[in-house]
Design a binder for this molecule. Structure first.
Ligand SMILES: N[C@@H](CCC(=O)N[C@@H](CS)C(=O)NCC(=O)O)C(=O)O
Length: 241
């Protein structure tokens, strides 16, 4: 069974959390919009979302097609893949916990996005730079520390093993890797200041990067580079030295 991942073709964005899970387990998947060519891909994505034949239309990408299932919401897609491919505990408490970790990452991701779009999604960054600067300061000095510090605490309290739930890798570990990468790209100075107190979080990041399938993926052209169209954006004025 080949999965179809539907996501914007030119950014890592939220789709990257799904790509990492698919790559880690070596799943067969097509990144549909990327394979339709730049314009064609985006058009197909929009057409799919408006498809009147869908009983469960996704609100926004990413969404995953798995046979008859069309699954939207990043955390929901990962819940599905995690169970299918052994990237999540099978017991209910464990499954809920990993979903909670992922939803917390989703909150962080939304806040990272809102740093450059604090006023409105439909406006350009250039039209909300002053508000973005205010939002960025709070994000850098308060929110990043609170979110990442919480993950550090979770790791300190987890059973031995180095992953968020102890000895077994879950999709939340892959997502924590992506979060650190995104924050390092967008806020390199703030991360430099925070990282000395995030030893365990950085260890998870490093261990994920060393996994053979992830290493191969990161070196491939399937891994898009971060850029200033995505969720994590490097605007030097939002991250002073
Ligand atoms: N909570 C959703 C958010 C999905 C989302 O905001 N997708 C963005 C791209 S990363 C999008 O294209 N949004 C269009 C819109 O909100 O109108 C998730 O985690 O998947």
């Amino acid at each position: 069974m080949t999965y179809q991942l539907h996501y914007w073709p030119t950014i890592q964005g939220r789709g990257e959390f799904v790509r990492l899970a698919l790559e880690e387990v070596g799943a067969a998947y097509v990144d549909v919009a990327r394979n339709g060519g730049a314009d064609g891909g985006e058009r197909a994505l929009m057409a799919d979302m408006g498809d009147p034949a869908l009983d469960h239309p996704p609100f926004a990408p990413p969404y995953l097609v798995d046979g008859d299932l069309v699954i939207g919401q990043t955390a929901n897609i990962l819940l599905h893949l995690g169970l299918r491919h052994g990237l999540a505990p099978r017991d209910e408490a464990g499954r809920l916990w990993v979903n909670q970790l992922q939803l917390t990452i989703a909150d962080l991701v939304a806040e990272a996005h809102d740093v450059h779009h604090p006023v409105g999604l439909g406006l350009y960054y250039e039209d909300q730079k002053a508000e973005a600067a205010r939002r960025a300061e709070e994000f850098r000095t308060q929110r990043m520390k609170k979110f990442l510090g919480w993950f550090e605490t979770v790791l300190a309290r987890a059973p031995k093993g180095g992953w968020l739930t102890g000895t077994a890798l879950t999709y939340a570990d892959l997502s924590l890797f992506q979060t650190v990468e995104g924050l390092r790209y967008a806020f390199p100075h703030a991360m430099k200041r925070l990282e000395p107190k995030l030893e365990r979080v950085i260890q998870v990041r490093d261990r994920v990067a060393e996994r053979p399938n992830i290493r191969a993926y990161l070196a491939s052209d399937r891994r898009l580079a971060f850029n200033t169209e995505g969720i994590f954006r490097r605007y030097p004025e939002l991250d002073p030295a």
